[in-house]
Ligand binder design. Structure first.
Ligand code: GDP
Ligand code: MG
Length: 597
């Protein structure tokens, strides 16, 4: 295909502003998918994406569009996730395309992730076409939002395209804008093959599937291909484009995006960001790689049933192929046995991965308290990274501790500003900046990440009735008075519930934790003390009173089947429990205990 007949673009937007709906309309209007096969949010293929209504993985589709100039263009669209935890996916897919459609909900205006995503697009050198969506809504104010884009982002919005992705209004204008306003890709067909590994995932029929963007040269079915970073060599068994289902193709040239498979066994061989070339007469210098994702939140994942450990290991390995930003390392815990310490980009990311492991791989998991990474400076001058509060060294050897800080940007309607400031203040925040864009305040805070990972985003949403938007970047590590708080259930420390807290907040967190646990742990035949402690000092305590009767006591007499049934029910309920000394703790307690109201 001629380079000037190709346009590669992504759609970026704040969550819920209509990216996926617009992608649906583009797919539909160009007849890429037959009408009877259309379903809403075509590109959100994972169950979790459909259920939560959010896009998690970036997805791609190839569209053919006969333009007004009489020529037919190939448009490669990459739909990107909008949530802050998935910024890594966004910046990655941006590098594979030349332009972006910036979708802004005309009834809402610019939000925190609108800004964050625009910066990713500008970093990648994109041409940007602003699109004002939802103009069908009575509350839509396209003129005001157009001005806001110019004032807040500094982007020329006079030619912004007005659309309703829902009704289909303005979609032909979007297609024309893609062709006339976004640049064609560049590349040399006669040069050695140079392609970017954009994404890879595991498919149960095809094995490892690799998505690439060709920069120079041509890739053909049957070629011998080398991954430049790992040196691994594979044959190309299948070459296809996504429409969005796979359609085989003989070759992919410069500017094109597609997938290939080649009986790849080693999932480690397909590193996102790697450069792909031919085994013989390949290119000399690789493309600059992607910035590797830095996991910021860690937690332990353990199988409820210790026999499932091997299944968990395999499931994690497969998911990692699909998501390069999630890390894992084997871990053993006195109470929980063998499991993994896993790293995530944020708490939503953690929840999504845990959900996927449980559903797609049919596993029951215990998730331990999430923690950020602390830098521990020892008195002997050495330094160590602490990923797990349970590994906290004895304080007598510790000189000081540093924790990660973030710069948070929050946009919120004026009337909720007071509550938002209070929330940030309560979480040890330092206000950096406060400006206005119309009736919306934009406030910047310096916050400790450990106060944000648990439930900050949930709290922010609930106090602002969902009207606040939030984005953050890591800034630096800074020293503070941090201590390890342990939780003791029936006088036994439960490693998986220990956490790092600020000295001044320890008592409050400790009390909240033991109160929560009192509700979350079912009653036993005996009294159970639940305590929070720092070192040997107890800072909070609750007692769970003993259960009075056996459950089977109420079916007195001879009804054996009923008694059996009850016992069976009890056993099934226990499956999701784990034994700690004499006490059983349900797996849900491990995360629920951390959420503060
Ligand atoms: P995304 O998170 O940016 O992918 O947003 P979605 O495409 O999932 O859309 C979020 C919600 O807005 C969905 O309920 C859509 O039906 C709705 N929506 C999208 N476009 C329009 C539109 O043009 N008008 C109206 N009224 N609703 C829309
Ligand atoms: Mg979406």
């Amino acid at each position: 295909t001629d380079l000037d007949r190709i346009r590669n673009f992504s759609i970026v937007a704040h969550i819920d502003h209509g990216k996926s709906t617009l992608a649906d309309r583009l797919i539909q209007l160009t007849g890429t998918v037959a009408e009877r096969d259309m379903k809403a949010q075509m590109l959100d293929t994972m169950d979790i994406e459909r259920e939560r209504g959010i896009t998690i993985k970036a997805n791609s589709v190839r569209i053919e569009y006969p333009a007004k100039d009489g020529k037919t263009y190939i448009l490669n669209l990459i739909d990107t996730p909008g949530h802050v935890d998935f910024a890594y996916e966004v910046s990655r897919s941006m590098r594979a395309v030349e332009g972006s459609l910036l979708v802004v909900d005309a009834s809402q205006g610019v939000e925190a992730q609108t800004l964050a995503n625009v910066y990713h697009a500008l970093d990648a050198g994109h041409e940007i076409v602003p699109v004002l969506n939802k103009v069908d809504l009575p509350a839509a104010e396209p003129e005001r939002v157009r001005e806001q884009i110019e004032d807040v982002i500094g982007l020329d919005a006079k030619d912004a395209v007005l659309i309703s992705a829902k009704s289909g209004l303005g979609i032909p204008d979007v297609l024309e804008a893609i062709v006339t306003r976004l640049p064609a890709p560049k590349g040399d067909r006669n040069a050695p093959l140079k392609a970017m590994l954009v994404d890879s995932w595991y498919d149960s029929y095809l094995g490892v599937v690799v998505m690439i963007r060709v920069m120079d040269g041509v890739i053909r079915k049957g070629d011998r291909i080398k991954m430049m970073q790992t040196g691994a060599v594979y044959g190309v068994d299948k070459l296809a484009v996504l429409k969005p289902q796979m359609v085989d193709i003989a070759e992919l040239g410069p500017g094109e995006i597609g997938i290939w498979t080649g009986s790849i066994k080693q999932v480690r061989d397909t590193r996102v960001g790697d450069t792909i070339t031919t085994e013989k007469k390949g290119c000399e210098t690789p493309l600059p790689g992607f910035k590797p994702a830095q996991p910021v939140v860690f937690c332990g994942l353990f199988p409820v049933d210790a026999n499932d450990f091997d299944d968990l290991r395999q499931a994690i390995e497969k998911l990692q192929l699909n998501d390069a930003s999630f890390s894992s390392e084997m871990e053993t815990s006195a109470a929980l046995g063998f499991g993994f310490r896993c790293g995530f980009l944020g708490l939503l990311h953690l929840e999504v991965i845990r959900d996927r492991l449980e559903r797609e791989y049919d596993l029951d998991l215990i998730t331990t308290a999430p923690s950020v990474v602390y830098h521990i400076f020892m008195r002997d001058g050495t330094q160590q990274d602490l990923h797990n509060p349970a590994d906290m060294p004895d304080l007598t050897y510790v000189d000081h501790i540093e924790e990660p800080r973030i710069k948070a940007t929050i946009m919120v309607p004026d009337e909720y500003l007071g509550d938002v400031l209070k929330l940030c203040q309560d979480r040890r925040g330092i206000q950096l900046n406060l400006t206005y864009a119309g009736a919306r305040a934009m406030v910047e805070y310096d916050l400790p990440l450990n106060e944000v990972v648990f439930d900050f985003y949930d709290r922010l949403k609930s106090i602002t009735k969902g009207y606040a938007s939030f984005d953050y970047t890591l800034t630096e590590y800074r020293e503070d008075h941090l201590v390890k708080m342990s939780i003791l259930v029936n006088d036994e420390p439960v490693d998986a519930l220990s956490m790092m807290v600020h000295r001044d907040r320890a008592e409050m967190r400790g009390r909240a934790m033991v109160e929560k646990l009192k509700d979350l742990i079912p009653r036993h035949m005996f009294k159970i003390p639940i305590q929070a402690a720092i070192g040997g000092r107890v800072i909070a305590r609750e007692t769970l009173s003993a259960m009075r009767k056996d459950v089977t006591a109420k079916c007195y007499g001879g009804d054996v089947t009923r008694k059996k049934k009850l016992l069976e029910k009890q056993k099934a309920g226990k499956k999701k429990m784990r034994q700690f000394g004499k006490v059983e703790i349900p797996q849900t307690a491990f995360i629920a205990a951390l959420k503060m109201d």
